[in-house]
Write a protein that binds this ligand. Structure first.
Ligand code: DLL
Length: 433
């Protein structure tokens, strides 16, 4: 029997959800028009006014927002309420230029906490759990988001934040943590460290993990589930739209339910902006229906995925998004071929490697060089050159089959590629174009 945090909303009929979205969108467009001159100007340029928006079917009439808009409006240009009503900011982990700053009223925080509580309940969580949070706390939304959800549930929250792996493991074991929240790459690293310390999956008290903030493959899920002895659930979100909990996986582990009462989702063709039908692959676009301080309409996420309304046996009716297969702006173009890091990861994990790898791209004589550097696992580590050559060939063939282009495969000793406590750094692009 499935548990829900807010059954009346999570299991509402499609008609009920639409009616909710219709009403909220009309209100939200008016709120933005009245309070955000930057977006009002964009609407005027597109010759659309609040009176043209009667419900969710009119969403396509509204202009898109992109990261460039948020940078242009930095820091206060997208704020839709007086500063005195805001109680918090968070910020994205951008590495260049100004970061995006997102604002929250207390009501915005409350609805975000509800979304994260829904995710925890969908992963089997309740007030009886000990929820160990190893997402970073601070400007990043991971720590604060799951922390809020765990409090909302009444679980015992362990706000460990990221870093200090030994201390993390000590608290997980001593406090008998049952739910682990962190990035999938850090979960894999924790699993590896615990295995080395001699812990077997049965010794580890964890039963579930809520992992997101970066793309991860099904193979990586299976690996983490095996080493930690847990069920691993995906969670998705972005700072601009609130943070983690925009969508989350249920017991079916087959796509993430989008919290449709708060966020309307569309899939568009990233080149033309045209809205694509359900089931088509394209760029995910979100409209925030309830947020008051930072209410983004038609925000282009750059994440590439599909949506489905197929019935889910967990009983939730909210539309599901598949695992994003990458970002359109993370997509690498190598010798003219589109390559997503997740495709490379699938080949590695299918061949028995862990997800410890780096993709190194360069350019020599106007031709791209493409190297995949992979750690051997301790079991496969050897100095027998023939054996290493054979392994390299198998991987190289697998990558060629998956991507259609040839990569130079370099096998390195276990633990020689730097680990990350937050989002993993997988790509080193040395091309100066
Ligand atoms: O990563 C929020 C978050 C924290 C989500 C903790 C889940 C757990 P940002 O730093 O703004 O926010 O990065 C957002 O990360 O557009 C995706 O490209 C990527 N991303 C987030 N979750 C997933 C996921 C947080 N489950 C960007 N799978 C998004 C794949 C993800 N990519």
């Amino acid at each position: 029997m499935a548990n829900y945090f807010q059954r009346e909303i999570e299991c509402a009929s499609h008609e009920e959800i639409r009616a909710m979205q219709d009403e909220k969108l009309v209100r939200q467009v008016r709120h933005v028009w009245d309070n955000v001159p930057y977006y009002r100007k964009k609407m005027e340029e597109k010759r659309v006014a609040p009176d043209d928006i009667h419900g969710i079917d009119d969403l396509y009439k509204l202009p898109f927002l992109e990261k460039a808009d948020l940078k242009a409006a930095y820091p206060y240009g997208m704020l839709a309420v007086p500063l005195a009503e805001c109680v918090r900011i968070h910020s994205t982990s951008g590495t260049t230029g100004k970061r995006v700053v997102s604002f929250y009223t207390q009501a915005d925080i409350d609805l975000w906490n509800d979304c994260c509580a829904r995710a925890l309940v969908a992963a089997g969580g309740s007030k009886d759990d000990v929820c160990h949070i190893a997402y970073g706390y601070g400007l990043f939304t991971g720590g604060a988001g799951l922390d809020g959800g765990s409090h909302r549930l009444g679980a015992l929250t362990v706000p460990c934040s990221s870093g200090n792996t030994e201390r993390q493991i000590m608290f997980i074991m001593d406090l008998k943590a049952t739910i682990l929240c962190c990035t999938p790459s850090y979960a894999a690293y924790l699993g590896e460290a615990m295995k080395e310390m001699g812990y077997k999956p049965d010794d580890i008290p964890l039963k579930a993990g809520i992992f997101g903030a970066e793309a991860w493959s099904e193979e990586m899920r299976r690996d983490i589930e095996k080493t930690l002895g847990i069920k691993a659930y995906d969670i998705y979100g972005l700072t601009e739209i609130s943070g983690p909990g925009v969508a989350f996986e249920c017991s079916e582990q087959h796509g993430m339910h989008i919290n449709e009462d708060h966020f309307a989702a569309e899939i568009i063709d990233p080149d033309t902006g045209e809205v694509l039908p359900e089931g088509a692959e394209g760029e995910l676009v979100f409209t925030s229906l309830d947020k008051r301080a930072f209410p983004l309409l038609r925000y282009r996420t750059r994440d590439i995925c599909r949506l489905t309304r197929e019935k889910c046996s967990c009983g939730r009716t909210h539309i599901r998004m598949e695992k994003p297969k990458g970002r359109s702006d993370d997509m690498l173009i190598i010798r003219g071929v589109n390559v997503f890091p997740s495709q490379i990861e699938t080949v590695l994990l299918n061949n028995g490697y862990a997800a410890n790898y780096q993709i190194i791209i360069g350019r020599v004589n106007n031709t791209d060089t493409f190297e995949v550097k992979v750690e051997m696992t301790p079991d496969m580590f050897t100095d027998n050159v023939g054996e290493i050559d054979e392994r390299r060939k198998v991987l190289s063939d697998g990558l060629k089959n998956m991507l259609g282009i040839k990569a130079k495969v370099t096998l390195v000793a276990p633990k020689t590629i730097a680990r990350s406590e937050g989002k993993a750094v997988r790509v080193v692009d040395n091309r100066k174009i």
